[in-house]
Design a protein around this ligand. Structure first.
Ligand SMILES: NC(=O)c1ccc[n+]([C@@H]2O[C@H](COP(=O)([O-])OP(=O)(O)OC[C@H]3O[C@@H](n4cnc5c(N)ncnc54)[C@H](OP(=O)(O)O)[C@@H]3O)[C@@H](O)[C@H]2O)c1
Length: 272
């Protein structure tokens, strides 16, 4: 019988679900006593990858909650005692594969666990990276060329680009989605933290005590399109400043992820 080569597989394990508060380092631990075979089983359709880059994204936050009462079937949730899922922001190299679409040496991005090596039993979830331009760092596939970039691009195309002349509000830090999305626009975009190339204006949500007044200042004619990733008080303030028939693309609600109870929605009259 062929001897199986086993490799140490360092993992970050979730201790317990984290709900209603900010996660802390104590909610996870590093497991150094796990080993993995570097060969996929011959039967089935499995891919073994070495994880090269992982990005800690807001998506991880709701994967580590106890979601037993409100599971959305499109997500794969973490289980206490198992390695944490790291959303879609991962770049990995295929080491072995019994799936016809993937071969040794392929680069991929997609959902993975926080560990050095992962067996992927649903390889159809992987996206192959055709990395021909070596000037582009591979790590960009955890950001602008990966899931955050695709999200911003899709939202822009669907909700904003086809509505030329819009004024758009995008309430995020310019690091990931916010900056990508805003840079895909040519119009007035209000960002909450910094003015960067591509944005006409910005304000810091932490320094504005009256969000409604701030939005009125920057959008005297009202907001045409709102790309939502904050929720809570920001959504309430935006809703009273939307122009008639202005679409709101709901992408995330980062202000809500660590609350014991989600904030209620005000100003629903504006939807009539
Ligand atoms: N639906 C999808 O497929 C999808 C995909 C990707 C992302 N998302 C969502 O999009 C949002 C942004 O993701 P990302 O990857 O761009 O995250 P990111 O790069 O980690 O940026 C998150 C930023 O949110 C800011 N923030 C936190 N609380 C806030 C609040 N109450 N009001 C305003 N800003 C706040 C933080 O800035 P400070 O630390 O300075 O507060 C942080 O810089 C999240 O809601 C995420 O869940 C959805």
């Amino acid at each position: 019988m062929e001897q199986q080569q086993l490799m140490s597989n360092k993992q970050v394990i979730l201790r317990e679900y984290v709900s209603g508060r900010f996660p802390t380092e104590a909610d996870m631990y590093v497991n150094t006593s796990s080993y993995i075979s570097l060969k996929v089983p011959p039967q089935g359709s499995t891919v073994l990858v070495k994880n090269l880059y992982l990005s800690c994204d807001p998506m991880m936050r709701f994967l580590i909650m106890d979601n037993s009462h409100h599971r959305m079937t499109k997500y794969v949730y973490c289980t206490p005692g198992s390695p944490i899922y790291v959303g879609m922001a991962r770049v990995a190299k295929v080491l072995d594969s019994s799936h016809p679409e993937f071969k040794q040496g392929d680069l991929v991005w997609g959902l993975t666990r926080w560990e050095e090596y992962s067996f992927i039993t649903n390889p159809e979830s992987l996206i192959k990276i055709r990395h021909t331009d070596t000037d582009v760092p591979l790590s960009y596939y955890t950001g602008i060329l990966g899931m955050p970039g695709k999200t911003a691009y899709a939202d822009s195309l669907k909700y904003a680009l086809r509505r030329k002349g819009n004024t758009c509000s995008c309430p995020q830090h310019p690091e990931q989605l916010g900056s990508l999305w805003a840079n895909l626009q040519n119009w007035l975009v209000v960002m909450l933290l910094e003015v960067l190339e591509g944005f006409d204006e910005a304000f810091n949500y932490k320094e504005e005590h009256d969000l409604d007044a701030a939005l009125k200042r920057y959008f005297p004619q009202g907001i045409d399109v709102y790309f939502e990733h904050v929720g809570g008080e920001m959504l309430d303030a935006v809703r009273v400043n939307m122009r008639e028939h202005g679409p709101i693309a709901v992408c995330g609600m980062i202000s809500q992820y660590n609350l014991p109870d989600p904030q209620g929605i005000k100003n629903l009259m504006q939807c009539i």
